[in-house]
Design a protein around this ligand. Sequence first.
Ligand SMILES: [Zn+2]
Length: 255
Amino acid sequence: MLPDSTADAVARHHRWLRPHFWDEATNDLGSRIQSFVVRTPRTTVLIDTCVGNDKNREGSALWHMRRGSFLDDLAAAGVRPEDVDVVVCTHLHVDHVGWNTRLVDGHWVPTFPRATYVIPGEEWEYWRHEKDDCIADSVVPIVEAGRATLVDARHTIDPWLGFEPSPGHTPGHVCVRLRTKAGEAVFSGDLMHRVVQVAEPQWSSRFCYDGKHAALTRRGFIERHADTGTLVLAAHFPRPGYIVRENGGHRFQPA
Ligand SMILES: [Zn+2]
C-alpha cells in the first residue's frame, strides 16, 4: 500500500500504533473499508459506499461477486436505504462507490432511492473518460438515472456539513467537514490510507493519481489539524482519532 515505507521505518512507530492501529493477525498496519453516516438536524448523509455486492471485480477475490452484509449493518445502525437524503463520494475509487448501486433484475439501480448523490464535478470529469468497471456499474447508472449532482469542491450540504478540496490521491478528491457546537470532525476519505502516514506524510499510496501532490495535501492537512481537537475519520483507519504533535513530529491518538 505504501511503496516508500520499509518495515524498519514502520517499526519506529509501533509504540503508538499498537494496539489500536496494528493488526497482530497479519503483523501489519491495521485497516478497514468504511462508510460513515452523519445525521444533521436536516439531513441524513452517507459518506462513501464501500465495495458493493454482485460486482465483477476479478482482480480481487474478496470483492468479486461479493455477498456482504452492508445494508443489514446499515439497518442495524438505524438507517434504511430510503432514509438517506444525500450520498457523498469523497472520490470515485472502487472501494468508495460500490453501494451507490445494487443489482435488480439484471440492472444497476440506485441503492438509496430518495438520495441525491453529490459528486465532486472535477472527479467525474476525470473518471468519465476512464475505462473502469466501477465507474460503469456504480457511477454511470447514478448519472443516467438523474440522481447525481455534480458540485464544486467547496460545496456545502447544509449549515453543518461541507466539502473541502484535497486533491492528489485523485484529481477531485474532497474531505467533508462537520461543524457542531461540540466541535469539528473531518471525514478525510483517502487523504491518508494508513495511520502511520500521520507521522510519515511523505509516504503516498500506490493508488495515488499524483503521489507528490497527495503528500503535499496530506502534510498541510496534518499540520493544520495537529492539537486542534478535530476528530479525524478516515475511510480506511481502524478507528477515528486526533492528530497530535509529539517530539517535533505527529502521531494519531485514538478517540
Ligand atoms: Zn479507498
